[in-house]
Design a protein around this ligand. Structure first.
Ligand code: ZN
Length: 277
């Protein structure tokens, strides 16, 4: 059994942290993945105490912050900026009991030309540096390979080798349906079963339109069950690993941003339900 989770990207253009919290609680979500940019906006008019009191009085619980992006191959200036945002996330996470931070490999404008060894070595180094910062806050890093070839780490296989080499309890993986699909159209769903239970931290659920790889992008994400990804098979593989946390609905679909957030969040709960058991 999986729990129901909501990732704030799904309504990032038509909602706010306050609204997402209220609506996710109303429609029976168990967990929420808050976005760091939306949290910064929230703190313009709210305090950490407001957030703590919401979670203390709600069924909904925080799960993962999204996201620390472009973690590889940073210049010193880029790295300092990244660490500032990462520390803001760790402090907030500790204050509200949010266990995970999603960390994402670096994206280039064209297909990434770094070779596997370069990506491996850099990823092991930066994940260790981030874990050194996060562990004192009780926060774990969930590394998410992004299937498109513009991202330097784009398969579960590559990401798993990296987190196994890092070999720290606080560093694991995010499996995301469209990112898994974008790598090779889910040629080997069974590969997910190779992830050890203690390395599978987060599961992002979504589906996508049937478009050729190379054209397919994150804006083509769609509600689970409405596209061409074998979502049921992926969810089954995730459960077979022993993962029993939330399937967090993560979409970046402009069509949903044009709708009323309440309608999207309600539809999300309904569309995810068949894949949770
Ligand atoms: Zn994701």
């Amino acid at each position: 059994m999986l729990k129901l989770g909501f990732n704030e990207a799904t309504c990032k253009e038509n909602s706010t942290v306050e609204k997402d919290l209220e609506l996710c609680e109303k429609y029976g979500y168990d967990y929420i993945e808050l976005r760091l940019d939306m949290l910064k906006a929230y703190f313009q008019t709210h305090t950490i105490g407001d957030l703590q009191s919401f979670f203390a009085n709600s069924h909904l619980k925080p799960f993962a912050f999204n996201s620390i992006e472009d973690i590889n191959f940073n210049t010193p200036a880029q790295w300092d900026k990244l660490v500032d945002l990462f520390k803001f996330g760790c402090e907030t996470a500790q204050a509200i009991g949010n266990p995970y931070m999603i960390v994402v490999p670096t994206m280039t404008q064209e297909i990434c030309t770094k070779n596997e060894k370069e990506v491996f070595e850099d990823s092991v180094e930066v994940l260790n540096k981030l874990a050194d910062i996060a562990e004192p806050y009780g926060v774990s890093c969930s590394f998410e390979p992004i299937g498109d070839r513009r991202w330097c780490c784009n398969s579960v296989r590559q990401a798993l080798e990296i987190v196994q080499a890092v070999n720290r309890k606080s560093v694991g993986l995010t499996v995301d349906c469209i990112n898994f699909y974008m790598h090779d159209k889910c040629a080997d769903v069974d590969y997910i079963r190779k992830i050890p239970k203690d390395k599978l931290f987060v599961y992002h659920i979504n589906d996508c339109e049937d478009l050729p790889l190379g054209i397919l992008d994150h804006c083509h994400r769609i509600m689970p069950g409405k596209g061409c990804i074998p979502v049921a098979e992926i969810s089954r593989a995730v459960m077979d690993v022993g993962y029993d946390g939330p399937a967090c609905l993560e979409l970046f679909r402009p069509e949903y941003w044009d709708m009323d957030a309440e309608q999207v969040i309600q539809m999300g709960a309904e569309c995810c339900a068949p894949f949770l058991k």
